[in-house]
Design a protein around this ligand. Structure first.
Ligand code: NAD
Ligand code: ZN
Length: 360
């Protein structure tokens, strides 16, 4: 047995208002006047001076607003990398991602692709990256994905939706400032928060579980229950706790794996462009055979927060489309093995997946 030597985020700041320390944190990392810091910022913050006025630009530094209607594509990453190469005479001093999972993943991917030749689609998979990334910083503005701690950046390529998983992917620095999440709309708060809840359930109920994952998973699970099922927290406490739940949930799956909801949600995302958080919710809602207790709690949370999930999204699909979604879902073998054990192929049959997709 070979145990994974897991890379972690090198530095992390936590605290309300810690975003104000950004300039102080970045300054020592500047490589000169011609090596800018590039800030990718979720375009929801365009014109939001409360946030953007605190990003201090010097020399050739630049803010690039990123639309987040769609999840990142490999072609988009390649374009962003080319834009930087064409605009500047030197490599940037660092890449900073300020936003949700989409923007953080973009920052990770661009920082990797600035130092690794070729197209990003060629690095989708495990440990294909050869050179360390540029210095990169993640600043979440919504909590749940765990992208701030993970060793992957999830991209949709021409052939598949798959992460660039590597030891160079994790951020060098993360700033956890829960105040940045204060204006997240309710539905999105729920969907992205449930990503974390599903990470906990899939890791805690998986066959890959070990004491490392369990210790993080149990903590994240407990925090999620406090945030989504109890009424004891103030708004600020809930923001703080959900940010830490996301972190712990990410750490939990780092040393194990996700499961059925994620595998099937990737199918929805690939075919229909359904985003990660809401896709997980749509799938998880039907997984009582696999995760009875977790699904019952999820349904309680849905009611408590008055969340109405889309229904009938697969209603008009053709057979070949169901086939494609099933192909994508079943190709994620480690997820199924984690969920169902070594004999997963006899349990997760195409008919079973088809029946589940037809309910969604
Ligand atoms: P997101 O990045 O899609 O953001 C969701 C929405 O919330 C967007 O409309 C955004 O504009 C808005 N938003 C974000 N912060 C806000 C704020 N403070 N105020 C108001 N609105 C705000 O959502 P997400 O769920 O965080 O991320 C999903 C993405 O993360 C997917 O692309 C998924 O593949 C990826 N992901 C990555 C990992 C990883 O480990 N790398 C893990 C899980 C998911
Ligand atoms: Zn997830």
């Amino acid at each position: 047995m070979i145990y994974k030597n897991y890379p972690m985020v090198s530095r992390v700041v936590f605290g309300r208002g810690s975003f104000n320390q950004l300039d102080e944190i970045l300054s020592p990392k500047r490589n000169g006047r011609n090596a800018p810091f590039i800030f990718y910022v979720d375009d929801v913050f365009k014109g939001n001076h409360w946030l953007t006025s605190r990003i201090i630009l010097s020399y050739k530094d630049k803010i690039i607003y990123v639309p987040t209607k769609e999840e990142p594509k490999t072609s988009q990453i390649d374009q962003l990398v080319e834009d930087i190469i064409l605009e500047y005479s030197e490599l940037p001093s660092g890449i900073i991602g300020i936003g949700g999972g989409i923007v953080m993943d973009i920052a990770k991917a661009v920082s990797l692709m600035l130092t690794n030749k070729g197209e990003s689609k060629d690095y989708q998979g495990w440990d294909l990256i050869k050179h360390p990334a540029l210095y990169h910083v993640g600043i979440p503005t919504i909590s749940g994905t765990g992208a701030e701690v993970s060793r992957t950046t999830i991209l949709t390529g021409p052939e598949r939706k798959l992460g660039i998983n590597s030891d160079h992917t994790p951020f060098d620095q993360v700033i956890l400032d829960p105040e940045l999440t204060k204006d997240v709309p309710k539905d999105q708060w729920f969907y992205t928060g449930m990503d974390c809840f599903v990470h906990c359930i899939e890791s805690l109920k998986g066959t890959y579980l070990n004491a490392f994952s369990q210790s993080y998973g149990e903590k994240a699970y407990e925090l999620c229950k406090k945030v989504f099922l109890e009424d004891t927290l103030s708004e600020k406490e809930a923001q703080d706790k959900l940010m830490m739940a996301s972190w712990h949930g990410g750490m939990s799956i780092a040393y194990s794996q996700v499961g059925v909801a994620h595998a099937m949600s990737y199918g929805l995302s690939y075919l229909l462009g359904i985003k990660h958080g809401i896709g997980n919710c749509i799938v998880f809602d039907h997984l009582e055979d696999y995760y009875p207790e977790g699904v019952a709690q999820f349904k309680q949370m849905k009611v408590k927060h008055n969340i109405k999930l889309p229904q009938g999204i697969c209603r008009d699909l053709e057979d070949y489309q169901f086939d494609k979604m099933i192909d994508v879902a079943l190709s994620l073998e480690p997820l199924w093995e984690n969920a169902l054990g070594k004999n997963w192929k006899t349990l997760a049959t195409r008919q079973k997946l088809l029946a589940l997709y037809k309910k969604m």
